[in-house]
Design a protein around this ligand. Structure first.
Ligand code: GLA
Length: 680
């Protein structure tokens, strides 16, 4: 293996936790679930495992505010003092994801109402109606009380607002939400006339004569106006963000020097537009859980980490939660294999995290999550799980110098929650259209070819990338198309997959037709969508290879004299129509692929584009994941062997985890991780 180390220094930025000198290691700690007599043991065991940061109080509202305005902070004082004495820093939670029973009893109008009109009450966890004034003031009161009391506590390093905004509920249809939705619409559009135009309400006689006639898109006889549904998604996202900002601003006013964050779910929460959230946190934090039954779960993990790093603008980020082994909420909660936890944590670190934290410290004996794995498992310390955890803690200490180093990618995939919201509405041309499937397919192709990938919003500056892939971007506005054109003209290679650029921000087909504003850039016109029947396949000739496509075809015409045809459907509903086109433009080229190819077959498309982009397919052993983090004067090469056999890697340096020097090349043992340090 050869690893190219650019001499350009990374964008160095050290995370704001001065008390921790290296990487952060720890997890959610819920001492309120336990008798105080175990706390001293907890701290001792945390020290033994190398824990230096725990998140405390995330669900403790009921134990902190016993009735409105009546607080019991004694127990939190004691545990924070104990943790501080033990040298363990605290990421202190605002507990607003779990309002106390007294709040639900006093404020029934704050209960969430779902799309079917059901009221979701107490006895679980999750936010109240995000538009509820009573919830807003109760959340502000507990946040202010915590900031007042603990802002100066030496254990408190940072703030953890709420928990996973968007889960388990992200929308509400109560009366207060109706009022807030109408206000949001008038604020966004100015007048009712503009709302009618934007939503195309002439269709199906939906014209509104008065703003009070508009309701949130709850259960209805048939499909609710898609533009209305899309705006409702935007509204819900903004209401949640307003909840976060309210708490963040209280905390910032009290402790301007302490970082504030909230835990995102980068690839797994469909309802929050994290491109809008990321600039609002002081450090990006993310939760990731494996899809345990999938053989490619480590690839999905890498994708999630790459998206998180991209949300952080390339700066280091925190892995706020992952699991030591099985979770408890999947259909079959497969336990991790020995070594898998270590590979998982270190993959997040490889891809830019400066913290590896878990849910949770000590396995709960009661409640809904008692079968979830934990750092301190039900089996206790005389268990292989605990021993692996202690080894991992030691590895994290050994990797202290990795902190602050950054990852550089030459390839970007576009990602846009607004487009996903629009595409996921009803009555699309085929149920086989799946932006997530396409994104994962392209990502997997790139992962197998050992390319490190960034994710980017369609309007982001793309000039640093050699290759940009648009996996399926149904909603794409004119500004994004212009941005992609600038990218190609400036020398970029752009690959656009089918069903991209179809509608504008109001889910209306662009006036140019089905290829929208991308048509001109691509030099094509999609005349008609020609989706396939279930399990139907089509043959196409692709750059001299006869291959099979599925799910989708387009009937399209080249529209520019420079458009080249590199693939043609040889049967199926689009027989004779181009399947792969390329239009050279400026110093770059724009490619279009009109069908779904499996990951293996995608090589026939990506290999020539890699060559054109100058990002050759790396000759590295299959199943060996390689990522490089750079500093101004060195690099850390992470080698993660997912195989059950050892592999050779042509990389030199000192393995930080074992201290062994490899002057020329290294053998990475089965299932193991090596981190080769290289100083320039
Ligand atoms: C989420 C939550 C945690 C816990 C874990 C379990 O990430 O934030 O509180 O419920 O899931 O996997």
């Amino acid at each position: 293996m050869t690893i190219d180390i650019a001499s350009v220094p990374g964008n160095l930025e050290v995370l704001p936790w001065p008390a921790i000198t290296g990487l952060a290691f720890g997890g959610d700690y819920n001492p309120e679930q336990w008798d105080e007599s175990v706390w001293a043991q907890d701290v001792q065991l945390m020290q033994a495992a190398g824990v230096n940061l725990v998140s405390v109080g995330i669900f403790a509202w009921a134990r902190l505010e016993l009735e409105p305005g009546v607080f019991d902070f004694g127990w939190l004082d004691r545990i924070l003092d104990l943790l501080h004495a033990g040298g363990i820093a605290v990421d202190l939670g605002t507990p607003t994801a779990a309002p106390p029973a007294w709040f639900y009893r006093a404020q029934p109008e704050s209960w969430v109402v779902d799309a079917d009109g059901r009221r979701l009450g107490p006895g679980s966890r999750g936010i109240c109606c995000p538009s509820s004034p009573a919830y807003a003031s109760a959340a502000a009161r507990i946040t202010t009380a915590l900031a007042d009391r603990y802002g100066d506590h030496p254990a408190v390093l940072m703030w953890h607002v709420h928990n996973e905004y968007g889960a388990p509920v992200s929308e509400c249809h109560c009366d207060q939400s109706q009022i807030a939705f109408r206000a949001w619409l008038l604020d966004s559009y100015g007048t009712l006339d503009e709302i009618n135009i934007a939503w195309g309400t002439s269709f199906w006689g939906q014209t509104y004569y008065h703003i009070d006639e508009i309701r949130t898109p709850a259960a209805a006889a048939s499909v609710v106006n898609p533009a209305q549904q899309l705006d409702y998604r935007r509204f819900c996202d903004q209401q949640l963000r307003a909840c976060y900002l309210r708490e963040r601003d209280i905390l910032r006013a009290h402790t301007p020097d302490k970082p504030v964050t909230t835990n995102f779910m980068a690839t797994s929460c469909p309802t929050t537009d994290l491109w809008k959230w990321a600039p609002e946190v002081d450090v990006v934090a993310n939760d990731h859980y494996l899809t345990a039954e999938r053989g490619d779960r480590h690839v999905l993990l890498a994708m999630d980490a790459d998206l998180t790093r991209s949300l952080a603008g390339g700066r280091p980020w925190m892995l706020m939660e992952h699991s030591t082994s099985a979770v408890n909420w999947q259909p079959r909660n497969v336990a991790k294999q020995p070594g898998e936890m270590t590979r998982n944590t270190l993959t997040h670190i490889a891809r830019g995290a400066d913290a590896g934290l878990f849910f949770q410290w000590r396995a709960s004996r009661s409640g809904a999550e008692k079968f979830h794995s934990a750092m301190l498992p039900h089996a206790g310390t005389d268990s292989p799980q605990w021993h692996e955890l202690v080894r991992l803690g030691a590895s994290m200490r050994t990797l202290a110098d990795v902190r602050g180093s950054t990852v550089k990618a030459d390839v970007a995939l576009l990602w846009d929650w607004e487009s996903f919201w629009a595409q996921d509405l009803e009555w699309r041309p085929s149920v086989d259209l799946d932006h997530r499937e396409r994104t994962t397919a392209f990502y997997t192709r790139l992962w197998q070819d050992h390319h490190t990938v960034d994710f980017a919003h369609p309007t982001a500056d793309l000039s640093s990338y050699k290759l940009v892939i648009v996996p399926q971007m149904y909603l794409l506005d004119r500004a994004a198309a212009a941005n992609l054109t600038t990218y190609v003209t400036g020398g970029g290679q752009l690959l656009v997959s089918y069903f991209s650029g179809v509608v504008n921000a109001n889910d209306a087909v662009h006036p140019e037709g089905l290829s929208g504003p991308l048509g001109e850039l691509l030099g094509i016109s999609v005349q008609e969508f020609a989706p396939l029947a279930e399990h139907q396949q089509v043959m196409l000739n692709l750059l001299g290879h006869n291959v099979v496509g599925g799910a989708w075809t387009d009937r399209l015409l080249p529209t520019d004299p420079t458009t080249e045809i590199h693939g043609t459907f040889t049967d199926g509903p689009a027989a004779g129509s181009p399947a792969l086109t390329r239009r050279p433009l400026g110093r770059g080229a724009a490619w279009y692929l009109a069908t779904r190819l499996d990951i293996e077959t995608l090589q026939h498309v990506t290999n020539p584009i890699y060559a054109a982009a100058g990002v050759p397919k790396n000759q590295i052993a299959a199943g060996l994941e390689t990522v490089t983090r750079r500093t101004e004067n060195g690099a850390f090469h992470f080698l993660i062997n997912h195989n059950d056999h050892p592999v050779e890697a042509a990389v030199s340096g000192t393995d930080l985890l074992t201290g062994v020097d490899y002057p020329q090349s290294a053998t990475v043992p089965a299932g193991q991780v090596m981190v080769m340090r290289q100083d320039f």
